[in-house]
Ligand binder design. Structure first.
Ligand code: AMP
Ligand code: FE
Ligand code: FE
Ligand code: ZN
Length: 283
């Protein structure tokens, strides 16, 4: 029997729609043996997920999908098993979360100017009591208010770069973040590098530069990657000695086509990834 490993999922502590506990039970129900919880810019779900994973009989790999920027484009970096209390990392996550909070009033102002006024309370209701504020929450509030048909439509009409509700927010440089994650004992892996957005700033030469800075892996098998791109990325990972991961990037009901386990990581690749975490901690 093969071991089923999914290394990228979101709970409602960021822009997923199920609690960390529900997510662990859903992972077990989907036949996963190993699942990583990788909420955007927060480790707040780890302890609830760990308890639930034990009960549900799945193995949890704690992670964070951290926002970064490279030549003006957003790049998502998966950090597996970092020490969330590492001073530099905790401070960086604090700055990123503050940037998310500060962005919201600016977005709401621009949306109002463009004819889609939303109350801040309507967005915060979507976020819930503990969540990290993100564009997906604004998207859901726009849908609720009748300004868009669904999340995807809300992004296309209002929230993508160049659309009226888009506002930049703070994120560290990708290359610096790679070093910081290593310093915090974590394993940095590029999330969906060739999905829209980050592709232009993650050419093979860019990825090689990040590998030299300590990048440990590439998320090759991701729903947003076409088969031909996966083949090229897999080859590149081989050349650079990078771990190859695969994952669903599950967001609960928040994203279609991202069912738990729809892409998997090979057991040998997980072993390589865990060895990096071990070696970082021994340093
Ligand atoms: P933020 O980090 O708050 O700027 O929001 C980015 C997040 O929005 C990404 O991590 C995705 O989960 C989500 N997202 C981006 N584009 C879309 C889209 N077109 N449809 C649905 N969700 C999206
Ligand atoms: Fe997301
Ligand atoms: Fe992402
Ligand atoms: Zn994600």
């Amino acid at each position: 029997m093969t071991v089923r490993i999914d290394l990228h999922t979101h709970s409602d502590l960021s822009d997923g729609t199920t609690s960390p506990m529900e997510l662990m039970w859903a992972a077990a129900a989907a036949g996963l043996d190993v699942v990583a919880l990788t909420d955007h810019d927060t480790a707040a779900g780890w302890s609830e997920a760990a308890t639930a994973a034990d009960a549900a009989g799945v193995r949890l790999i704690p992670g964070i999908e951290i926002s970064s920027r490279r030549r003006g484009h957003g790049v998502h970096l998966l950090a597996y098993l970092p020490d969330p209390e590492h001073n530099g990392l905790a401070a960086e996550l604090g700055d990123i979360l503050a940037g998310r909070d500060d962005r919201l009033p600016a977005m709401l102002g621009q949306l109002a100017d463009a004819g889609a006024p939303l109350a801040e309370s309507a967005v915060l209701r979507v976020v819930g009591p503990h969540g990290v504020v993100g564009r997906p929450h604004v998207a859901d509030a726009l849908v609720e208010a009748g300004y868009a048909a669904d999340r995807q439509d809300a992004f296309e009409r209002w929230l993508n770069p160049g659309r009226p509700g888009f506002v930049n927010r703070y994120a560290p440089r990708t290359v610096d973040l790679v070093g910081l994650v290593r310093d915090a004992g974590g394993v940095p892996v590029l999330a969906h590098p060739w999905a829209r957005g980050s592709r232009v700033v993650l050419t093979p030469a860019d990825i090689a530069e990040l590998a030299a800075a300590g990048l440990a892996g590439i998320e090759v098998d991701h729903p947003d990657h076409a088969p031909a791109d996966r083949a090229v990325l897999r080859h590149l990972a081989g050349e650079l000695g990078l771990v190859v991961t695969g994952s669903s990037d599950h967001h609960g009901a928040g994203k279609v086509g991202h069912d738990l386990g729809c892409n998997l990581t090979a057991p040998a690749e997980l072993e390589r990834l865990l060895a990096v975490a071990g070696s970082a901690r021994r340093r």
